[in-house]
Design a protein around this ligand. Sequence first.
Ligand SMILES: Cc1cc2nc3c(=O)[nH]c(=O)nc-3n(C[C@H](O)[C@H](O)[C@H](O)COP(=O)(O)O)c2cc1C
Length: 349
Amino acid sequence: MDQTNSRKLEHLRVIAEDANIQRDATGFDGVDLTHRALPNIDFDAIDTRVQFLGKTLSFPFLISSMTGGVDQEISRINHNLAAAAEQCGVAMAVGSQRVMFVNPDAQNSFNLREIAPNVPLLSNLGAVQLNMGFGIKECQAAVNLLQADGLYLHLNPLQEAVQPEGDRNFANLEQRIAEIVKDLSVPVLLKEVGSGLSTTDIAAGLGAGVLHFDVAGRGGTSWSRIEYHRRVDDEDNLGLQFQDWGLTTVQSLRAATHYLQRNAPDACLISSGGMRSGIDMVKAMVLGAHLCGFAAPLLNAARESSESVVRKIEMIRRTFKSAMFLLGCANCSELRGNTALLLKRDYQS
Ligand SMILES: Cc1cc2nc3c(=O)[nH]c(=O)nc-3n(C[C@H](O)[C@H](O)[C@H](O)COP(=O)(O)O)c2cc1C
């Protein structure tokens, strides 16, 4: 089995074995919202729908990038996630498609459009691959196979720094990304993988023509800790030292919202990294997110069946809608960026 594929399997094993890979420190615990005892709205009339990439989602939920490869289990995970995305009317991103250029057998795991004909599907490649021989040809091929609505380029310098075989040449990537944005048939989305985007990163992305940003902040899955388990030298503890490095999801969201409001008010902001409930979702939306991405919380369900994934997403949707009710928000426009919903500390006794 090739290295890219076996690495995916190793990641899955490590995530299952070490509970502390989930850092549980996004900052959402410190965001308090104002409960309304008199919400003045009918629960049944609440409209949770949002638009994303020209399609309607039943609520602002995205299955974040996880897998893809030749292994049967990996294929099954993607197929279960895609079937659940279609049934729930939510968006889905696949894991890095680099593997399909190494081993064409991996293509099957990304062949999801028949399973999910109506929802936004997003391709994924590591931005650093643009310095390793990948260009518009590979990006467009990844998009075409999935019939994707957009391409995620992920930025994972910490993971690459810790990974024994990491690709660490991030020089001039801004310019490479701009070339892809210019020629690709669909929008490019920039994401981190759990250490957050800073406003300087967002400024660079805007400079390259990107208008979709997924903060993928710190506080959920720690890729530094995952790679620590793959160290070749027992004494190498780099991954542990950096396991809590980066901007939390809340820090990254607040900074991104502030920056985008002034510099690109039409840009789309996605909150991910440690999102664990519908309550985290409403908090992220109040802080300015259009959409929220969940990765690790869906993994076990995706190993089981599409029905398990549907159950998980439906529970999150119910929580999200209940929180909207308790804030008196009849639709997502009333929620998003509405900082009046934040609890005013001065009134707390
Ligand atoms: C098993 C697994 C595999 C992942 N693979 C990718 C990937 O290939 N590309 C990517 O951009 N992000 C990948 N991620 C990162 C997630 O998309 C997400 O940014 C990160 O895990 C934080 O979200 P979470 O805390 O909800 O897991 C992966 C996450 C998991 C759990």
